[in-house]
Design a protein around this ligand. Structure first.
Ligand SMILES: *Cc1c(COP(=O)(O)O)cnc(C)c1O
Length: 381
């Protein structure tokens, strides 16, 4: 019998955890306590007061001692109607659309298999490919307006024969809506799946490929309730043809949508107009914020069809401006350094009108600060 002392957890983890996981940087969520939170594309509006009591009454009926309906059949029916899912198409629900992205990737995994996406786009496509063990190919967007470089995309598709292409429509973090014909060219050329990720559908003036599903046997459409006001529920929705969804469904863990989420989402969808009012409000506030940002000196402001705005600061100033905003109590997202095409770029989520005003005032002041001077309050960072 061995008498050597057991190895410490560090040594054991280094031996057994997969090397590609040990090399990953953990997904970092910044601490937003005490800050105006304009970093994560959340809807700034809570559930309206008059819905609070009926929602709580609904929750009081939840059977917490029972497992949830594994198929979430009631919720699926409601979603099918509210989203006008075409006849013959199926829905699969995930614990956020992140989980659905992971399930799609796990279901196509194998030697020589790869995932392809334009870049810069949603960072989770690359991250999840990395941790499920799929090769990932990024294809640069056209640097001018972040439009799809169709020739480059088609050439990369021909070369790599990817199992899945992910297109964020509108695109996160650039905010633009790709040209619809370009997307359809990619759908027609791709040998495998094309997942059109419509996380920002509520802000895109109705642009969608959902009604195109019946025409394209390799198309899937991804939606989420997160950006329209229910990020805390974690509910993602995948729409597509049964032969795809039936297979992907086999690797979904049976109770991935919990009882409280099923009840709350069902309730929220019965009051869909309330959320539409909020997202419409966010869209008109987006236009006001675009105008205000464009009036500030030295910024390049990109158009947006989402609930956030990407802008480029004068060269080299993004880190200081980001920190100056935080010192003034406003948390946004810095994309500087995350991708070559995003140097000097910051991204702000549309908040309430008051939050947007605070942000613009703080940014205006920060832009006025003399360069190379330490900020008041820099110690707070
Ligand atoms: C936010 C986001 C998601 C993830 O949404 P969840 O449903 O909250 O997991 C998916 N795709 C894109 C492009 C996003 O920006």
């Amino acid at each position: 019998m061995s008498t050597s002392p057991p190895a410490d957890p560090q040594t054991l983890a280094a031996r057994w955890i997969r090397p590609e996981i040990r090399q990953l940087a953990a997904y970092h969520v910044p601490d937003a306590r005490g800050l105006i939170k304009l970093d994560a594309m959340e809807n700034p509006y809570p559930l309206p007061l008059q819905l609070l009591a009926p929602w709580q009454a609904r929750l009081a009926s939840a059977e917490l001692n029972r497992y949830p309906d594994p198929a979430a059949a009631t919720l699926v029916n409601t979603l099918t109607q509210v989203f006008a899912v075409p006849d013959g198409q199926r829905l699969l629900l995930g614990n956020g659309s992140d989980e659905l992205i992971q399930l799609i990737m796990m279901s196509v995994l194998g030697p020589g298999r790869s995932v392809l996406a334009p870049e810069p786009s949603f960072s989770m496509y690359r991250m999840i490919a990395g941790f499920v063990g799929l090769a990932y190919h990024g294809v640069a967007l056209n640097p001018k307006g972040f439009e799809l470089d169709v020739d480059a995309m088609l050439a990369a598709i021909d070369r790599h024969q990817p199992a899945v292409v992910f297109l964020s429509y509108p695109n996160n973090p650039t905010g633009n809506l790709f040209d619809r014909d370009a997307v359809l060219q990619i759908v027609r050329r791709a040998p495998g799946l094309v997942v059109v990720d419509e996380a920002y559908h509520a802000f895109a003036g109705g642009a969608s490929l959902l009604s195109d599903l019946p025409q394209h046997s390799n198309l899937l459409v991804l939606r989420t309730l997160s950006k329209m006001g229910l990020a805390g529920l974690r509910l993602g929705i995948l729409a597509g043809a049964p032969p795809w969804l039936d297979q992907i469904n086999k690797i979904r863990l049976p109770y991935n949508i919990n009882v409280l989420t099923q009840l709350s989402a069902e309730f929220a969808l019965q009051h869909y107009a309330v959320f539409r009012q909020q997202t419409d409000r966010i869209c008109s506030d987006r236009e006001a914020l675009l105008t205000a940002l464009r009036a500030l000196p030295g910024l390049q402001v990109y158009p947006s069809q989402a609930n956030f705005i990407l802008f480029r600061t004068p060269r080299g100033r993004a880190p200081v401006l980001f920190a100056a905003l935080k010192a003034r109590g406003v948390l946004i997202k810095s994309l500087d350094g995350s991708h070559p095409q995003l140097h000097d770029c910051l991204r702000v989520t549309i908040g309430t009108p008051d939050e947007n005003l605070t942000f613009i005032a703080a940014l205006g002041q920060a832009l006025d600060e003399p360069l190379d001077q330490p900020l008041d309050g820099a110690a707070v960072l």
